[in-house]
Ligand binder design. Structure first.
Ligand SMILES: [Zn+2]
Length: 193
């Protein structure tokens, strides 16, 4: 037994392809796959790190064939960013959490009715955002954050990864003091994921 109390990471939300650990530390269990000795999540779910038995598994959130439709509100994680758009891994539609992941795209022109310099003033990779589907043409989910209730719901410091606190005009990292910009939703930091 280790003297340090084992950190039980029950229930962390993970997405497909998310790194969970290495086979030297954990035995991969259901909902996971291994590539080059690294264990990844196969599904959207909650990761269970069983530190006693050294097992890692991912439990699916819900099942059911839900796909994003025009005017539905979705929640996703910001992925790759270009200068004028970001990709969003959609994992929740309305109140339904998905077992698969749909990729949406948010273009800088669909972000705000104010002029936006750069999409990095709106959201950054790793952030969770709430957005509305405005088109599903060619099965590409085009998203918008124009409405007042839409925008970033969780933002993370691009310097140290800590959760950013919402100040009056900007976002501040309580850990390293970094100041960043986002277009936040009015209920920033409160949505249950
Ligand atoms: Zn920071």
């Amino acid at each position: 037994m280790s003297l340090k109390s084992p950190e039980q990471k029950n229930g962390r939300l993970v997405l497909p392809g998310e790194r969970l650990g290495v086979i030297e530390e954990f035995i991969p269990d259901s909902g996971t796959y291994v590539k080059d000795s690294v264990i990844y999540s196969k599904i959207v779910g909650r990761a269970l790190m069983d530190l006693l038995n050294k097992r890692v598994s991912v439990y699916p959130l819900t099942t059911g064939a839900v796909t994003p439709k025009v005017s539905t509100v979705v929640i996703g994680q910001v992925g790759n960013a270009q200068s004028d758009n970001v990709l969003v891994r959609i994992f929740k539609i309305g109140n339904k959490k998905l077992t698969g992941v749909f990729t949406g795209i948010l273009h800088v022109s669909d972000v705000s009715d104010r002029y936006i310099d750069s999409i990095s003033d709106v959201c950054r990779p790793g952030d969770l955002i709430r957005a509305k589907v405005i088109s599903t043409k060619n099965q590409i989910y085009h998203l918008s954050t124009l409405d007042n209730n839409l925008g970033v719901i969780y933002a993370f410091c691009s310097r140290c990864g800590n959760f950013l606190e919402l100040k009056r005009y900007e976002m501040q990292c309580p850990k390293c003091g970094n100041i960043e910009k986002r277009k936040t939703a009015p209920d920033y930091g409160t949505e249950e994921i």
